[in-house]
Design a protein around this ligand. Structure first.
Ligand code: SOE
Length: 389
């Protein structure tokens, strides 16, 4: 064993274990699993995060995922996992329709819970999850990972310290194209009963959370429009087709408390846009823009700069002074999508041990769900809808 891994093992060995049970093991399961494995290797944490057990519906597939993702074991018996006092955190990495059931059961078992976004299928479910989390006095988190890129964490800091003045406008898009082709099969993501909504709950959820994280603004009312361009898709098994019951694209206007306004667009049918998550915040004295495709960079404009030097400048957010960056590589070396999940684990474990708040928690999830739901109501009834408290 090399010196560094010995010191790692020694460092990790000295900390009490934080055993994680992860329910689900697909795309998000892989991103979470990687984060659990990496966190202690790059950050000095108060607990040693242990990817303990994967819970899946199929024993064979769950066991294979455990081997690949570095979990100690796998099971199909969630009840037994929740009854195990040696499991401290339950991670809900399943499709949207099971978030409420699994999280409520984990909370009743007094487990700390991390849940994939969107928190729930409805505002009512989200409120029940948040209420139980408070009542059980456990720690909970919601996997809105984009808050935790070094650049977005820096943007939040810059806006909070007044670098762009008072926020007036937010313009945000999250564009993908994986459903542009009508022959792409139906899945849980195209079935309202399993996901609640399409691009809206999947992608606008991220934009809503990122807006709150960067600006501290609260949504007051929204006005939405949605479209489903492909009304039916072939079934994955090649037999027949299924109706698409959710949006391919969903846009909405927003008014914030305090007078700021915003525009939001989520789509899965923008050819050429693979995962184009981009937000720009305009204030009274400047603007900040972040683009996931250049995730380590912030575009910053300030009227405070000398007139002849004014223009958007690029801040490379990977120096030791930038959030999380010092724990990875020397100045200027960049990180990727998966590091945002590692930072999420790092902050959750640190908050857990220090009793410091962690965001986004389930109360933040309720705020996101309230905006999502108001925008859906606006499509139904037409016009502006107030975002419920
Ligand atoms: C699919 O749209 C998806 O996997 C989202 O569900 C994730 O939240 C996003 O990070 C990447 O795209």
């Amino acid at each position: 064993m090399s010196l560094s891994s010995q010191s790692n093992a020694a460092q990790r060995g000295a900390k009490p274990a934080l055993n994680v049970a992860m329910v689900g093991h697909a795309f998000m399961g892989r991103a979470h699993g990687n984060a659990y494995r990496q966190a202690n290797h790059f950050f000095d944490l108060p607990r040693t995060v242990v990817p303990k057990i994967i819970v899946g519906r199929d024993a064979g597939r769950a066991a294979a995922a455990a081997a690949v993702l570095g979990f100690e074991s796998a099971t199909t018996d969630l009840k037994a996992v929740l009854a195990d006092p040696d499991i401290h955190v339950v991670d809900v990495a399943t499709p949207n329709d099971s978030h409420h059931t699994i999280a409520m059961a984990a909370l009743k078992a007094k487990k700390h819970v991390l849940c994939e976004k969107p928190l729930a299928m409805t505002l009512e479910q989200a409120k029940a999850m948040a209420a139980l989390a408070r009542q059980q006095r456990v720690r909970v988190g919601l996997w809105h990972n984009y808050r935790r890129a070094p650049a977005t964490a820096l943007a939040a800091k810059m806006i909070a310290r007044g670098d762009i003045g008072d926020v007036r406008q937010v313009r945000a898009v999250y564009l993908q194209d994986w459903l542009s082709d009508a022959s792409v099969p139906a899945s849980w993501r195209t079935d309202k009963k399993l996901c609640g909504s399409g691009a809206h709950g999947d992608l606008n959820a991220h934009l809503i959370d990122l807006t709150r994280a960067l600006t501290g603004l609260e949504f007051e009312s929204v006005c939405g429009v949605q479209q489903t361009f492909t009304k039916a898709r072939p079934n994955g098994d090649g037999k027949g087709t299924s109706k698409v019951t959710v949006d391919d694209a969903f846009c909405f206007l927003a008014k914030f408390k305090g007078g700021a306004i915003g525009t939001y667009e989520a789509t899965r049918v923008a050819p050429g846009r693979k995962n184009h998550n981009c937000i720009e915040v305009s204030g009274t004295t400047g603007s900040i823009r972040w683009n996931l495709e250049r995730m380590n960079e912030l575009e910053v404009f300030s009227y405070a700069d000398p007139r002849d030097g004014q223009g958007f400048r690029t801040v490379m957010c990977m120096d030791g002074v930038h959030p999380y960056a010092a724990n990875w590589w020397p100045d200027g070396h960049i990180v990727g999508y998966e590091h945002t999940f590692v930072h999420h684990v790092v902050d959750f474990v640190t908050a857990l041990a220090s009793k410091r708040p962690f965001a986004p928690d389930f109360d933040d999830g309720v705020r996101v769900q309230a905006v999502l739901e108001a925008a859906l109501a606006s499509v139904k009834q037409g016009g502006w809808v107030k975002v419920p408290k």
